[in-house]
Design a protein around this ligand. Structure first.
Ligand SMILES: Nc1ncnc2c1ncn2[C@@H]1O[C@H](COP(=O)(O)OP(=O)(O)O)[C@@H](O)[C@H]1O
Ligand SMILES: [Mg+2]
Length: 595
């Protein structure tokens, strides 16, 4: 944990040096602040003589050490002390905010960078809302602490020490008395540190659960309203929200106890010194000014100690926040790339699965032993009942997951040997539903290749049968779509997806039920675009409607985790097995629907 913090702070060590210097200056000015009052009380009002060095100074520079001059000097001194303190405080607060903002930025980027590269299996196991909560709340906590906390502790300790020396000089018995209370307070604080930290951890985990529930609920608003499930969703939030309240109160209970306990200890010792101090002044052992300074230090002496106590809470919070960020950073659930991975260029591009087995969750085998070979330029279909693992195969080929047994090869080389980015560049994807990002239609089409020219974008849209409807949109290719943009129909989204794949222009295509969610009219238009996309490429098409595979060179039928049958459409029908059964079911349904 300290290493992470050290790493983050290192680039800003010079700024931190400036902040530290400003803080020291602030502290010194804080220590000096009550002294003009002492001078006035003792040497102007009280009529005591100035110490030798001061009267010498007045004689030379001030033209005399009369009471008026001393009072004026004290006034100017008070102003000067405040002014220097103010400048130091400005520098301190501005620069430390600069540092903390930058540290938060670095940490945010580092965490997001890591999240961007985690394997899909991480996202199968973790909720987006929880990661979001870490990216926002936890990093905010660290930022707030960095701006106010870290060096503050140092300064507090410095101030306590400085004050103690001065107090000791003013009256050592009282100073020792005051100092005796401090360890008591620190002991009180340290006793609660552990409980406070675990309570804080509970609060944060509940809070992030809350974000996850809210985010999931709001994202699914359409379904929620369709099913009238508002109350169910509210109940869900109510549960985690209540838990958050409970854990926050538990944390506060511990914290709330500290402050009053301290105030009482402080008041007791102040009271004592007020009583005994007055006696000392009357007896002449101490000046009135000295007692005033002493008492004003007393009030401040315990402030850093109290701050340290409050800091315990901040430290607990920041420790938990760092812990949570680090949990993400330490997740090594990335698809590994060999250090000396080969650049991914495939002269032929023959894809093969060799005895591939796979499971998402231990013990729940999805693929048992799948072997298949796809020649370059071939159009290959994969069919099978729902849940038979078709999409899983489509995820294994570009290494969204790695098989748990067997291997996938391209041109005879295990794909784990290649650079990941290049391997994925080899494939274009059109999935069951095309996800649009917030941006213009043109940007969405160019998503896979941001450098695409406008001409190329229009050309791709034309080939994908999308140009016509895009032209009719309010601002054509510049219409905003996606998150809070214009909503497109499923068929329109798919055609944008095809244009996107055309722009990417990769040698191989993975099509996962691209028309499954469409009605037959939309399907026809999408298929036209797909056919143009498929030309001259190796195509793996997972198909729901078997009619789309009539022209396939080879069809693999997946069942119970293995390839049960393979061949062309015609041959598989003759075989009269699984495929023929699926086909029969579909045609009778189509006839019934037509009749
Ligand atoms: N991310 C995942 N985590 C756990 N199980 C999964 C995941 N994705 C799919 N599965 C399971 O794997 C099996 C095959 O899924 P899939 O490949 O999507 O089937 P198909 O595309 O043939 O309908 C199903 O039983 C499904 O529940
Ligand atoms: Mg599927």
């Amino acid at each position: 944990m300290l290493r992470l913090i050290g790493n983050l702070v290192r680039p800003y060590r010079r700024s931190l040096g400036v902040v530290l210097a400003a803080m020291v200056l602030e502290t010194l000015m804080g220590l000096a602040a009550p002294w003009p009052l002492k001078v006035v009380l003792d040497n102007v009002v009280g009529g005591r003589r100035l110490p030798q060095w001061m009267s010498g100074f007045f004689g030379a520079a001030w033209g005399g050490a009369g009471k008026q001059q001393i009072a004026l000097f004290a006034g100017i001194g008070a102003l000067a002390i405040a002014a220097i303190g103010a400048v130091a405080s400005y520098i301190d607060s501005y620069i430390s905010e600069t540092v903390s903002q930058n540290v938060a930025h670095d940490l945010r980027m580092r965490t997001y960078h890591h999240l961007q590269r985690l394997s899909l299996s991480y996202y199968d196991k973790h909720r987006a809302g929880a990661s979001l909560s870490t990216l926002t709340s936890d990093i905010d906590t660290i930022q707030n602490f960095a701006s106010s906390g870290t060096l503050g502790i140092l300064i507090d300790i410095l101030a306590v020490f400085g004050m103690f020396v001065l107090m000791f000089w003013l009256n050592w018995q009282f100073a020792l008395l005051a100092a005796a209370v401090a360890p008591l307070l620190l002991w009180l604080v340290s006793r609660h540190k552990k409980t406070l930290k675990s309570a804080t951890r509970a609060v944060r985990s509940n809070e992030s659960e809350m974000v996850a529930v809210e985010m999931h609920g709001l994202e699914s608003q359409r379904v929620v309203e369709a099913f009238g499930a508002q109350e169910l969703e509210e109940a869900r939030l109510n549960r985690v929200s209540q838990a958050t309240v409970q854990s926050a109160l538990r944390a506060r209970k511990i914290k709330a106890l500290l402050s009053p306990a301290m105030s009482i200890a402080v008041a007791a010792s102040t009271g004592f010194i007020l009583w005994r101090g007055a006696g000392s002044v009357v007896a002449g052992a101490m000046t009135a000014g000295g007692l005033t300074v002493f008492l004003s230090y007393m009030a401040r002496f315990f402030k850093p100690v109290q701050d340290l106590a409050k800091m315990t809470n901040a430290v607990a919070q920041v420790a938990v926040a760092v812990e949570r960020v680090q949990t993400i950073l330490a997740t090594d659930d990335v698809i590994p790339e060999r250090p000396n991975a080969r650049p991914a260029n495939f002269p032929r591009g023959e894809i093969a699965l060799e005895n591939v087995g796979f499971q998402y969750i231990d013990g729940a085998r999805v693929l048992a032993d799948v072997s298949l070979r796809i020649q370059p330029g071939q159009f290959v279909g994969i069919v099978g009942p729902t849940g038979s693992g078709k999409s899983t195969i489509a995820s294994l080929i570009p290494r969204f997951y790695d098989p748990s047994q067997g291997a996938i090869t391209i041109d005879g080389v295990d794909i784990r040997e290649f650079q990941l980015q290049g391997l994925r560049q080899h494939f274009g994807f059109v999935l069951q539903d095309t996800m649009l990002f917030r941006g213009t239609v043109a940007e969405n089409i160019a998503y896979g290749r941001p450098s695409a020219l406008e001409r190329e974008i229009v050309e791709a849209a034309q080939l994908a049968n999308a140009h016509e409807f895009i032209r009719q949109m309010p601002e054509g290719y510049q219409t905003m779509v996606g998150d809070r943009g214009m909503t497109l129909s499923g068929g329109q989204r798919q055609r944008i997806g095809i244009a996107r794949a055309l722009i990417r222009n990769s040698p191989a295509l993975i099509l996962d039920e691209p028309t499954a969610a469409l009605d037959s009219e939309a399907e026809e238009r999408v298929m036209e675009g797909l056919m143009r996309l498929m030309q001259g490429r190796t195509v793996i098409m997972i198909a729901h409607h078997l009619s789309t595979l009539e022209t396939a060179d080879q069809i693999f039928v997946l069942k119970n985790g293995v390839i049960a049958e393979q061949g062309t459409h015609q041959r598989l029908l003759l075989l009269d097995g699984v495929y023929a059964g699926l086909h029969k079911a579909q045609t009778t349904r189509a006839v019934q629907a037509a009749g």
